[in-house]
Ligand binder design. Structure first.
Ligand code: FAS
Ligand code: PHB
Length: 389
């Protein structure tokens, strides 16, 4: 097989890149390790920045999003019994879009199918060859058969645990990481959301988040120790702890019900530099991870794909290699600002036993300042809605 671009990973990064390249007449093949059903069974992000929505519209995959998504002009921060709305639209000029990553991925898969895009599922043991040459190629096994794809470029869109980043010689890669001493227990329930907009709550016992997928599908999270397992959290315990973490008026509005999905995700900040090695380009979670507190993971994948698709299209349209050469630095400049914001939101809202009473007082002072200062709220709003691409 031959294609201009070989893409490893059929998540949002890989599928969006394939879609944008296809619309520009550039051929690609997506190699995905799992089945389509498995990929679509993942429950992940919920908040889209304006830039991500604009890119999905440009890719021709936002018709359902424009019909079904909610636009939120604000977000609330709760601290104990206090609840403060951050007016995103007034402070940063626009809000955010609520539309689950699962739906984004479904729309991308549908578009790939409609355009006859090549997405190979259950591609086993994908391996990268010749990335530091002008003629790289990929190999994998499909139904026990050895397969090969010759290409001009390889996009590593295979997430944090993928093969792409691990294929870069360790001596060529600088890694930056912070692992947080807790995780998020997430629950999806067919219940009406507890509030009109998202609520990020800091409670003395820990963090909680009230989000949603629609007016009848709610998404909630509570901070849990890394040692906890889903089996430790029957629904009754989850609802009891969540309602305790929320201000009384929000807890009173909480509609509980059976969980239809329950999972624990660890939290880490991670960046690999550079996001390129020869003709291999990393994008999305393959290159960086943010704690979900700032709702940046999926949105950084979108800006990476904006830059990478522009660079590849520029190369094929006119032999321009400037975009390819600038890709890593350009993507990392935005990545690091989102890493800072996600780390700040996580540090502000979670319980860190190891920072002791002084650390807790610092969090309380920062929240008091945030609630009283338009300048502080503007900083949060600008970062939350998404910094410019
Ligand atoms: P993905 O991980 O989504 O996709 C990578 C794809 O590559 C997967 O389908 C995988 O099966 C495939 N793959 C991996 N190795 C391969 C190989 N060797 N060969 C072939 N294919 C391979 N972000 C938020 O903004 N908010 C959230 O609440 C949130 N929650 C999250 C919860 C979890 C458990 C995780 C893991 C992430 C969460 N994220 C969240 C971040 C998430 O949304 C990512 O930012 C987003 O999925 C990034 O998309 P991709 O870069 O496509 O990576
Ligand atoms: C979600 O709806 O899953 C969600 C929303 C905002 C976040 C993280 C997750 O910061």
């Amino acid at each position: 097989m031959r294609a201009q671009v070989g893409i490893i990973g059929g998540g949002p990064s890989g599928l969006l890149l394939a879609q944008l390249l296809d619309r520009a007449g550039i051929s690609s093949v997506v190699l995905e390790r799992r089945t389509r059903e498995h990929v679509l069974g993942r429950i992940r992000a919920g908040v889209l920045e304006q830039g991500a929505v604009a890119l999905l519209r440009e890719a021709g995959v936002a018709e359902r999003l424009d019909r079904e998504a909610e636009v939120h002009g604000g977000v609330a921060i709760a601290h104990g019994d206090r609840l403060h709305r951050i007016d995103l639209a007034a402070l940063a000029g626009h809000g955010v879009t609520l539309y689950g990553q699962t739906e984004v991925t479904r729309d991308l898969y549908d578009a790939r199918g409609a355009m006859g895009g090549a997405v190979i599922h259950e591609a086993e043991d994908v391996a990268i060859h010749g990335a530091d040459t002008d003629a790289p190629w990929l190999t994998w096994r499909e139904g026990g058969e050895a397969r090969r794809l010759d290409c001009d470029f390889i996009a590593g869109c295979d997430g944090f645990h993928g093969v792409s980043r691990r294929s870069i010689p360790a001596a060529r890669l600088a890694e930056f990481e912070r692992v947080y001493p807790f995780g998020w227990l997430g629950v999806l329930s067919r219940t009406p959301p507890a509030a009109e907009e998202l609520i990020y709550a800091r409670h003395v016992e820990g963090f909680a988040l009230c989000s949603m997928r629609s007016r009848s599908l709610s998404r909630y999270y509570v901070q849990v120790p890394l040692s906890d397992r889903v089996a430790d959290w029957p629904d009754e315990r989850f609802w009891e702890v969540l309602s305790r973490h929320l201000p009384p008026e929000v807890a009173a509005a909480l509609v509980t019900g059976p969980s239809i999905e329950k999972s624990i995700a660890p939290l880490r900040s991670y960046v690999a530099e550079p996001m390129r090695w020869g003709r291999l380009f990393l994008a999305g979670d393959a290159a960086h991870i943010v704690p979900p507190t700032g709702a940046k993971g999926l949105n950084l994948a979108a800006s990476d794909i904006r830059y990478l698709s522009d660079a590849l299209i520029g190369f094929y349209r006119g032999g321009d290699e400037v975009g390819l050469a600038a890709y890593s630095d350009r993507a990392l400049a935005r990545v690091w600002k989102a890493e800072r914001f996600s780390w700040w939101m996580t540090s502000l809202l979670h319980r860190f036993p190891e920072t002791g009473a002084f650390g807790a007082r610092m969090q309380e002072a920062e929240l008091d300042y945030l609630f009283a200062s338009r300048a502080a709220q503007t900083v949060l709003a600008e970062n939350y809605v998404g910094l410019p691409y």
